[in-house]
Design a protein around this ligand. Sequence first.
Ligand SMILES: Nc1ncnc2c1ncn2[C@@H]1O[C@H](COP(=O)(O)OP(=O)(O)O)[C@@H](O)[C@H]1O
Ligand code: SF4
Ligand SMILES: [Mg+2]
Length: 326
Amino acid sequence: MTLLSVRDLSITIGRMQPLDRISFDLAKGEILGVVGESGSGKSLTAMSVMGLLPLIRGRISSGQVLFDGRDLTRLKEKEYRALRGRRIALITQNPMTSLDPVLTVGSQIDQVARLHLGLAPAEAKARSIDLMQQLRIPEAKAVHDQYPHQLSGGMKQRIVIAMALAADPDLIIADEPTTALDVTIQAQIMQILVELVRDRGLALMLITHDMGVVAQTCDRVVVLYAGRVAESNTVADIFAAPQHPYTRALIGCIPREALQPGSLTGIPGMVPNVLDYPAGCRFHPRCALAQPVCAETVPPLAPAEGGLAACHFAGEIAPAKGVRHG
Ligand SMILES: Nc1ncnc2c1ncn2[C@@H]1O[C@H](COP(=O)(O)OP(=O)(O)O)[C@@H](O)[C@H]1O
Ligand code: SF4
Ligand SMILES: [Mg+2]
C-alpha cells in the first residue's frame, strides 16, 4: 500500500527551480533509495516532504506530496508540526543539526517520546534506553546521561536514529545518514538502521550518492539528475537492465569488489549549475549517446522495462554489462 506519493513536484527558491516535476511512490514497509550526484536535488526532495522549504525561502510551485492519502502541500505549519517527528522523521548527515549540545543525549530521546506519545518521564527513559540497546550502543544506561560532545560521531548518529524511532513514525527519511562518518562505521550504522526499519515494517526513504548502498539495502530506487527524475524502478531491474545512460554510468561507478561503498567518480563532466541547466535533456552535455534531439526536447518520464525512464532512447540502448546486486 502506498504511503508516500510525490507527484510532479516542482519547487522554487527565489528565481531558481531546483526540482522539476519529481515523481515517485513509496509503499509501507519499503526501502526506497533516492540516488544522484551531489547537487541533483536529493536533500531538497527530503525538505519538500518534511515541509521545511520555508526555512530556506523555498516553496512548492506545483505538484503534490500525498502522505497516507493527504496532500501535505496544503497543510498549515501547525498541522505539519504535528506530523513532523511523529509520523515522518528526518535523519540528516550531520548529527549536530538534530542534537542540542547542552542537553544529555538520553533526555533528547526521552523528549521525543514525551512530546509525541505523551509518555511519563520514567517510562520515556526506560524506552529510550531500550531503543539505545537496540541500536547496539554499549552501556546505554550510562550513555543516556552523557552529552553529545562526549560521544563519537558514530554514537551521536545512533542517538539521532534513536530519536527518529522514538515517536514510532511510519516513515523515516534518512539523508546521507552515514556520509559524515568513518568508512568502517558507515556500514555498521547503515546495517543497524536497515535492520530496525525492516523489523518494524517502516518505510524508509534512503538518500545516498552511492549505488553500492542502494544495491545492498533498497527495494526500489529513484535516480535524480539535475532536479529531474532520470529513472525509477526496482533495484533488481535497474541493476539488471538500466534504461537511462546516467543510471548506467552510476552503476559503472560502483567498484567491482563486492560493491563496497564507493564514490561517484568516473562520469565525465559535472552536474550543471541550477541557474544554468541545459535545454532538452539535462544530461546531454555528459551523455555519450546524445543525439541532436537531446539538446532540444525534454525526454518525458515514460514506462521502460517495468520502471520509468526519461531518455529519448530508453529501450533502444544495448543492455549494459549490469553489475549484479545482492
Ligand atoms: N538553501 C538553498 N538555497 C539555494 N539553493 C539551494 C539551496 N539548497 C540547495 N540548493 C541548490 O539546489 C540544488 C540541489 O540541491 P540539493 O537538494 O542540496 O542536492 P543534493 O542533496 O542532491 O546534493 C543544488 O544546485 C543547490 O545548489
Ligand atoms: S535523452 Fe539523449 S542525452 Fe538524455 S540520456 Fe537519453 S540519450 Fe542521453
Ligand atoms: Mg544533499
